[in-house]
Design a protein around this ligand. Sequence first.
Ligand SMILES: C[S@@+](CC[C@H](N)C(=O)[O-])C[C@H]1O[C@@H](n2cnc3c(N)ncnc32)[C@H](O)[C@@H]1O
Length: 233
Amino acid sequence: MASRSPSPEFSPLSIGEYFTPVPTYKVASTTAVDFSGLLETPLKLHEDLKTGCGGQLWPAGMVLAQQMLRYHRGSLKDARILELGAGGGLVGLAVAMGCPVDHSIYITDQENMFELMSKNIALNGLESRVKELVLNWGEPLPAEVLRDKPNVILAADCVYFEPAFPLLLSTLADLLDLCKEAVVYFCFKKRRRADMHFMKNANKRFIVEEIEDEDKETFSREGLFLYTFKRKP
Ligand SMILES: C[S@@+](CC[C@H](N)C(=O)[O-])C[C@H]1O[C@@H](n2cnc3c(N)ncnc32)[C@H](O)[C@@H]1O
């Protein structure tokens, strides 16, 4: 006779499992994003979490891309742009699609995200304007970066893992030393109290200013904040 499966043990943990859904991995797919009409041709973005958390769209990336398209479209023509922790390349690719920029844009991340960045560049036919690059925070800057001295740095949702905070701060400092007039556009999502340690240290090292956006009231309710970082004199 088939036996009935045993009832779950009565413990807070086993109850938790029944009431809290186990996180499921999103199936790999391609999305089209036009940032509320800011892009005439929507950006195609393949999302795949198999190689890391950067393989999906993050809210801070959406907010930063929208800010760049809405307020900086006309001022990036001569900019040398580099994105840190680009994941699939959301922000850098949106800028490449929507803003006239003369120089190549670098989208950078760790080795495991390289293939996804390449795939998304190709999906949008941006091979001649966007280059993928491995840039590990806390390590020496790649030769291409040292040569081109980026003056616009994009970083969205890069504050989420405490051990990486000093590494990210050190790369930001290296970039701001490399090009003294560079501006970092930084979109930060506060998830835990520890995330504020990052901002506290950023305030000590850089000139940090919150920037305006017509959606600020809405996204700040979600714990999202937009800043610029500049080098302290
Ligand atoms: C939460 S995702 C954000 C992705 C993208 N910026 C967005 O907003 O959609 C954070 C990204 O930071 C990258 N990252 C984490 N630690 C890193 C490190 N030490 N060096 C370089 N990139 C790192 C991850 O690989 C990941 O792609």
